[in-house]
Design a protein around this ligand. Structure first.
Ligand code: HEM
Length: 362
């Protein structure tokens, strides 16, 4: 009877998983002890990538709706939190691989050519699903990243290029935020006034401070002018467009305004979940960058300046891609435009009532 019942090994398909570690060094009659670790680490990564894709797909699905249920924002936050915990593990996992020395690696590295993590199609799917734009990728010798991947797997990667990415869906969602219109005025008009007030007060207090020398006064005033110019980047729509054109900013102007409103008024109950969601997505991006960085350091220790088995320049390529492949950096940059709570324009009473969950009457 017990034999016919489902057991642990069958349920987890352990036969398949545990017989999937074939050492190339063994096949070449040159057994290398560390190749087992090398294979298992990569397989573990691919399993975690699968789980990340699974979670991302559910969030993409929620955000694909033109009206996102509040409960789906909470669920998305929980799923992002899960992705974040997985990412922490996979960043940490590099330490296990680092117990292999460069000499141990050299024992079997020659058998790997031309295979490389570079060809991980699940990694490319994660990047695309998050929103890494094909045009923003760092290219090697003008060869598209997809061309390094097998034809069969390319199809899956192309699909993720064609789907709406999380970045695009979040941008659309932000553009639909209804709280920018304050009736007689708008959030943007009031924010601009508040920034002006804040900077003018700073100018006044510098001018009034008799303990400052003329030199210091002029330097401080110059600093304030620079701050004014920085604020102009988002306050002036044409400057914002220019930033987008120069690829220094990705979010549309309306989405930028809405994100800033969420960041500034995060304490309002209805904006708290969107704030948590945006914070989590920034954390996912940070941890991806963190992984790229840790991977680069490990690769540099392991192979120095040698070329990668996948055909790139190796560490140099990985280094270049770290900053270029950030996806949600606009959100992190919004910190520049935060103003203290004491300078925030007060919300109109009617709106405060709505932000306290009387949303339907808005
Ligand atoms: C001894 C350990 C490792 C070395 C020496 C190494 C080396 C490299 C190198 C040189 C590249 C650049 C592409 C190339 O020319 O091959 C690369 C890319 C990559 N590797 Fe590794 N790697 C190691 C471990 C891992 C592990 C454990 C993973 C986990 C999946 C991984 C995933 C990736 C990914 C996803 C890329 C593409 C990164 C990108 O294009 O931004 N690597 N690796």
């Amino acid at each position: 009877m017990a034999d016919k019942q489902l057991n642990y090994k069958q349920y987890l398909k352990l036969d398949k998983i545990l017989s999937s570690q074939r050492l190339l060094s063994e096949r070449n009659k040159n057994h290398s002890h560390d190749e087992m670790l090398f294979i298992i680490i990569h397989q573990t990564y691919e399993l975690w990538f699968k789980q990340i894709i699974y979670e991302l797909d559910s969030i993409i699905n929620y955000f694909s709706s033109s009206l996102i249920d509040e409960k789906h924002i909470s669920l998305s936050v929980s799923r992002l939190e899960r992705i974040i915990e997985i990412q922490k593990i996979i960043v940490d996992q590099i330490r296990v691989l680092e117990t292999m020395t460069p000499m141990d690696f050299l024992d079997f590295r020659e058998y790997l050519h031309p295979a490389s993590g570079f060809q991980s199609y699940q990694f490319r799917q994660i990047e695309n699903k998050l929103g890494l734009n094909k045009k923003d990728r760092y290219q090697i010798d003008n060869i598209e990243y997809k061309d390094f991947i097998n034809k069969d797997e390319q199809i899956n990667v192309i699909k993720t290029e064609e789907q709406n990415s999380l970045f695009q869906l979040i941008e659309n969602w932000l553009e639909r935020t209804p709280f920018l219109d304050w009736g007689d005025t708008t959030f943007w008009i009031e924010y601009e006034k508040a920034v002006d007030r804040m900077l003018n007060e700073d100018i006044e207090s510098i001018k009034k401070n008799s303990s400052l020398t003329n030199d210091i006064v002029n330097k401080r005033l110059e600093e304030i002018n620079r701050t004014k110019e920085t604020f102009g980047i988002i306050l002036d729509e044409s400057k914002h467009q220019n930033m987008v054109k120069r690829k220094l900013w990705s979010l549309s102007h309306n989405a930028t305004k809405a994100a800033l409103l969420i960041f500034l008024y995060r304490d309002q109950p209805i904006l708290n979940n969107p704030y948590r969601f945006l914070s989590k997505i920034m954390e996912v991006d940070d941890l991806l960058t963190n992984w790229r960085y840790k991977h680069l350091i490990m690769v540099s220790k392991m192979i120095g300046k040698k070329m990668g088995t996948g055909g790139s320049s190796g560490a140099d390529y990985l280094n270049e891609s770290i900053n270029k492949h950030k996806i949600f950096s606009d959100f992190a940059s919004l910190t520049t435009f935060l103003i203290p709570r004491s300078s925030l324009p007060p919300l109109p009473e009617k709106l405060t009532n709505k932000l306290n969950f009387n949303f339907n009457s808005y």
